[in-house]
Structures are given as structure tokens and as C-alpha cells.
Design a protein around this ligand. Structure first.
Ligand SMILES: [Fe+2]
Length: 191
């Protein structure tokens, strides 16, 4: 019986000690994962508001290499942002933007875990002054604390090196798939 009392006192002492440190430990754990904010990029001259809601940008007769872009939108705690509005626009395989219609433009929403997938084509390149811009996809992500305007680039594009806006951390890798390429992009916005 005496030993049981000693054990109980020891248990209570240990519990009290644990409880005293638990709040700060829990806080540290909750704040531990930090996702770095995705950098801003220029909007460029080809943005048009009110692009149609869709996740497939490929249309009949469209030339180019199919690309399935899987993406996530998260906050700096690395938590996916549900139902965040995303706008995408890009040029076609020959480097042309559709400025009269909505070809290769889309508006969509992330799912409950902050994910979205679009079917499009690998964008071409276009002249910007005397040199080509590397292939890129423009996007606007509407988060709870503002809009992130940025661009997604592609690893290995020979025009990345001399492009003033290219950033390696926003370049995705093209992976061969059954039908064209797939790529993954992870964006982080203020929330
Ligand atoms: Fe562009």
C-alpha cells in the first residue's frame, strides 16, 4: 500500500511537470512547419479578367504537347487553402496569346485540401524585345489576404538563364506521362 502511495505521488508530480511545459511545447509544434511564400512576378500585358471556369484548357484541334499540371495552394503553415480562386493564362505552342477570346485561359477553385489539376499544353516562347521569354504559365491566386500574381517556369528551358523574371524556385519539372507531360507546382500564399 505504501509503495502504491509513493507511485501515485510520483505520477502526480510527473503529470504536473508535464502539464507545465505542455502549452509551450504544443505551440512550438503547431508553428513548426513553415512553408515559404511563393514569390510575386509581373502580370504582363496579356491578362484578361473573367476567364471561363474550367480545368481543361485543351480544345479540339489545338496543337502542342499535353501537360497535366497538378498544383497545391497552401498557407505559410503548409495548410491547404480550400476553395481558393485561381486564374491561369498562357500562350499557345507557337507563343501566341489569345487576346480576343479565352483560349488557354481558365478560372478554377482549389478543392477542400487546396489542390487543383489542369489539363493544358506546354506553352511556347515569344519574343520580348530582342530575346525570347522562357516558357511560362501566368497565374493569380486569390487568397484571404490578397492576390498573388506570379508565373510558373520549366526546368531546363534554355531561355531561363537570361530572363529577368525567371526564378528557379518557381520552375517545375516536366515528367513524361502516358499522354504528354505532367508537372507539379506548389504555391504558398498569405493567409
Ligand atoms: Fe507571358
Amino acid at each position: 500500500m505504501k509503495n502504491e502511495q509513493v507511485d501515485r505521488r510520483r505520477f502526480l508530480a510527473q503529470w504536473a511537470a508535464l502539464s507545465a511545459v505542455a502549452p509551450s511545447s504544443a505551440l512550438a509544434f503547431a508553428e513548426a512547419p513553415r512553408c515559404a511564400l511563393t514569390g510575386e512576378d509581373i502580370e504582363g500585358p496579356y491578362y484578361l479578367a473573367n476567364a471561363p471556369r474550367r480545368t481543361t484548357l485543351i480544345e479540339p484541334g489545338m496543337s502542342g504537347t499535353p501537360l497535366e499540371l497538378e498544383a497545391t495552394v497552401r498557407d505559410t503553415r503548409c495548410i491547404g487553402l480550400a476553395r481558393a480562386r485561381v486564374e491561369l493564362w498562357q500562350c499557345d505552342a507557337r507563343g501566341r496569346y489569345d487576346t480576343a477570346g479565352s483560349r488557354l485561359r481558365a478560372t478554377l477553385e482549389t478543392d477542400a485540401r487546396g489542390r487543383f489539376t489542369v489539363r493544358t499544353i506546354v506553352p511556347g516562347r515569344y519574343l520580348n524585345g530582342a530575346t525570347y521569354r522562357p516558357a511560362h504559365i501566368h497565374c493569380k491566386i486569390h487568397g484571404p489576404r490578397g492576390v498573388l500574381t506570379t508565373q510558373i517556369y520549366f526546368d531546363g528551358d534554355p531561355y531561363n538563364a537570361n530572363d529577368p523574371w525567371y526564378r528557379r524556385e518557381r520552375a517545375v519539372s516536366l515528367v513524361h506521362g502516358r499522354d504528354g507531360f505532367s508537372a507539379r507546382f506548389d504555391a504558398v500564399v498569405r493567409a
